[in-house]
Design a protein around this ligand. Structure first.
Ligand code: DC
Length: 231
């Protein structure tokens, strides 16, 4: 067994807006483990593809382009996590609905997914990793000892996104957000490579109407059972 395979991983997958980010960050914080926001990588890649006008490039060109991107992460002021492209913090630019759509579109390209595998696996470092995405349990870390699949109804997810955006001072139409969520779900679930689906050995948690803190506790209890962690 390779050395990294012995480093514990909690894989957290599910559709957009199911609370994966909030839950995963909080679990990683409490355990003192690393956190991988794999969606941010796809968002940066989508952003760069649109910026450089490569929307219509071939899959091979896209894969090559993405494999050469200089993507990094840094912890900024107030413990905020910054996503960097060429050492520049992209700020909220990759969190917009447009960036989400661009990410979902390039995420259907197998060459792009392949180009991002190595970078994602580098996050597996001691003492452990909480990995948040769509294919963490199925493709990136199939040997993870704890796999969680978080879901929530599309309406609940649209309401959460709406509130998140509002908190950031961004106004969005709820109906448009719901339509976006439904079409993104469809695209993420129907793509040929690494489609959004629970790993066969994932614990599914339905979070509609459940406070995030309750979900975090549930995951921490599972982590204690599986890894013997203290919290
Ligand atoms: O989690 P998110 O909303 O930031 O992800 C943005 C898009 O990136 C999502 O619609 C699909 C894609 N994605 C993916 O295909 N695989 C991942 N592991 C993470 C995100």
């Amino acid at each position: 067994m390779s050395q990294t395979k012995t480093i514990p991983v909690i894989a957290v997958d599910g559709p957009g807006g199911a609370g994966k980010g909030t839950v995963s960050r909080s679990v990683a914080d409490r355990l003192g483990w690393h956190y991988l926001d794999s969606g941010a990588l796809y968002r940066v890649a989508g952003y760069a593809v649109v910026r450089d006008g490569l929307d219509h490039a071939s899959p091979e060109e896209l894969g090559k382009f993405v494999s050469k991107l200089d993507i990094g992460f840094r912890t900024g002021a107030n413990n905020t996590e910054q996503v960097l492209l060429d050492d520049v913090d992209l700020g909220g630019e990759i969190r917009t609905e447009a960036a989400g759509k661009a990410a979902s579109a390039i995420a259907t390209v197998p060459e792009v997914r392949k180009a991002l595998i190595k970078l994602q696996r580098l996050f597996r470092r001691r003492p452990g990793l909480v990995a948040d995405g769509r294919d963490m349990g199925t493709v990136l870390f199939p040997d993870a000892s704890l796999k969680i699949y978080l879901t929530a109804s599309a309406t609940e997810r649209a309401l959460r996104r709406h509130k998140q955006l509002k908190d950031k001072g961004i106004d969005g139409s709820l109906a448009a957000l719901l339509a976006d969520i439904i079409s993104r779900d469809r695209r993420d679930a129907q793509r040929v490579v690494a489609p959004l689906k629970p790993a066969f050995d994932a614990v599914c948690i339905e979070t509609t109407g459940i406070p995030v803190e309750v979900v975090v506790r549930q995951v921490l209890v599972l982590a204690r059972e599986v890894f013997g962690t203290a919290t």
